[in-house]
Design a protein around this ligand. Structure first.
Ligand code: CTP
Ligand code: CA
Length: 237
């Protein structure tokens, strides 16, 4: 690893990767979550470290950390946002591979929510009110302002539908988000979630080019993503 730190294609670069799905608590024993395994984010971190980068991985997943990678464990979107804010200072690249919950319960019950309350034995169910979580990637785009650093990479799981194809949805999201690269993940039909293989399209803002990858391992997808990102980095100083 030390030799790669000096000579790899990401030598001297500091990168931050987020991985996994956030968990938004409802009460002390329950949360709202999603199916992201974190494997793609871990593979991205591992490949960056192999290529010589200094890597911080902000993660909700309990997978084995790749060699030489610093892991910051988080659970909720708000914790992830704080860890990204701290860890992205001075970073050359931030890759948002985490599936950040768009909403969280407006209130976290202090005690376990019970099926029945005292004296009430009907079949009623509680309603959970949700509030919006901050958009962490949008926050990074805003904080960067007119600067080109750090390079910002988003991930989007998309399905085609009546409004457009996977690629059309991806292009629209890339322009809306204002990041530099969007890795569009084809989902549905048993693809991607929890598996080791992935089919993605790597889009760059302001370019009509698309790099199609897969079905390929998450390590191969990571290599393709870092190839695109490395081209966008300014020459090393
Ligand atoms: N993202 C984020 N903060 C959020 C939601 C998403 O930083 N609160 C990031 C994800 O990590 C990902 C990118 O934004 O890199 C795209 O996420 P996605 O859920 O596809 O986009 P949304 O803008 O939330 O749109 P959608 O309505 O399709 O969920
Ligand atoms: Ca979302």
């Amino acid at each position: 690893l030390d030799r790669r730190r000096a000579s790899g294609s990401l030598a001297g670069r500091r990168v931050l990767v987020t991985a996994g799905g956030t968990r938004e608590p409802l009460d002390p024993v329950r949360y709202l979550g999603n199916r992201s395994s974190g494997k793609q984010g871990y593979a991205l971190a591992a490949v960056a470290a192999e290529r010589g980068a200094e890597v911080t991985l902000v993660s909700t997943a309990s997978l084995t950390p790749p060699e030489g990678v610093r892991v910051v464990a988080v659970e909720t979107a708000l914790e992830l946002e704080a860890a990204v804010r701290e860890g992205s200072a001075g970073a050359d690249v931030v890759v948002m591979a985490a599936a950040v919950a768009d909403f969280r319960p407006a209130e976290v019950a202090a005690h376990k929510i019970k099926k029945t309350h005292d004296g009430d034995d009907d079949d009623s169910a509680p309603t959970v009110a949700l509030v919006r979580n901050p958009d962490v990637l949008a926050g990074l785009v805003a904080a960067r302002g007119g600067s080109s650093a750090p390079v910002l990479v988003g991930f989007a799981a998309e399905t085609g539908d009546a409004d457009g194809s996977v690629l059309e949805h991806g292009r629209a999201k890339l322009e809306r988000k204002g990041c530099d690269v969007l890795v569009v993940n084809e989902v549905g039909g048993g693809r991607a979630f929890g598996t080791d293989d992935n089919t993605v399209h790597v889009l760059r803002r302001g370019s009509a080019d698309v790099v199609d990858v897969g079905p390929a391992t998450k390590t191969a997808v990571s290599a393709a993503v870092w190839d695109v990102v490395t081209d966008l980095l300014p020459a090393p100083t």
